[in-house]
Design a protein around this ligand. Structure first.
Ligand code: ADP
Ligand code: ADP
Length: 223
């Protein structure tokens, strides 16, 4: 099966009287274990597409299957369940809880998914996988940007997701930390076969992926 099958997706935002057509008939397929970059200028629909792929939002029309499951017609609760089970998120600004330790941040998806068993143990294993076991009691402020993003990576893999969605994961990092984060992501793909989808403006990152999907004005212009 395929990790991602999207058929003729549209997304229309209603802004008062005005309609914004953010996606206009986007069809894509991504295989299990693929490493894909999504590129395109600002306003081309990347965030909108990622929100749909990550089950944070629904298309206006079209069908979307994640890991074989039709999710485009689901209600909010069903969507949240699929999201918590299948998707790991990595953001440009890390999105960590600033008052919580690295360990608590990493445990969070397990709590959302109602998986109470071995929370602590699994979070420690995930932090070990990103080389941060010795920083697990630190709060985000006490960590460098690269370390914060590694905490976010540990949080993204704690549920063994089918796909990892990374939105400009190296955008706020110096080039050395950025390279470390990218190779950790690629490692996870190699070791676990996790499908990796990276939104990026950086041609250096796109080069490390297997395929680039290019958006322009809400349409796929190259894939
Ligand atoms: P990108 O991530 O490539 O910058 P977006 O998906 O954020 O593109 O935006 C695509 C288009 O949809 C843009 O014209 C943007 O202004 C519009 N848009 C995005 N989100 C919303 C929203 N919540 N409400 C209204 N318009 C939106
Ligand atoms: P990026 O280009 O880094 O993806 P954007 O500025 O396109 O960031 O979007 C940031 C957030 O704001 C997204 O969640 C997007 O859906 C939302 N957004 C973008 N354009 C609009 C808009 N015109 N009105 C409301 N929300 C928007």
């Amino acid at each position: 099966g395929k990790a991602i099958v999207a058929k003729d997706l549209t997304k229309v935002y209603q802004m008062g009287e005005v309609q914004v057509h953010a996606l206009c008939g986007v069809s894509i397929e991504i295989k299990h274990g693929e490493v894909v970059a999504i590129m395109g200028p600002s306003g081309s629909g990347k965030s909108t597409l990622m929100n749909i792929i990550g089950c944070l939002d629904r298309p206006t029309s079209g069908e979307y299957y994640l890991d074989g499951e039709l999710v485009s017609g689901m209600n909010d609760d069903q969507l949240a369940l699929v999201r918590n089970r299948k998707v790991g998120f990595v953001f440009q600004n890390f999105n960590l809880l600033s008052r919580s330790s690295a360990l608590l941040n990493v445990e969070l998806p397990l709590r959302y998914a109602g998986q109470r068993e071995r929370q602590r143990e699994r979070a420690v294993v995930a932090l070990e996988a990103v080389g941060l076991a010795d920083r697990m009691d630190h709060k985000p402020m006490e960590l460098s940007g690269g370390q914060q993003q590694r905490v976010a990576l540990a949080r993204a893999i704690i549920n063994d997701p089918a796909i990892i969605l990374a939105d400009e994961p190296t955008g706020n990092l110096d080039s050395k930390s950025g390279k470390e984060i990218l190779s950790l992501l690629l490692d996870m793909n190699k070791k676990k076969g996790t499908t990796l989808i990276i939104v990026t403006h950086d041609p250096g990152i796109a080069e490390e992926t297997e395929r680039v999907i290019r958006l322009y004005d809400g349409q796929v212009v190259d894939s």
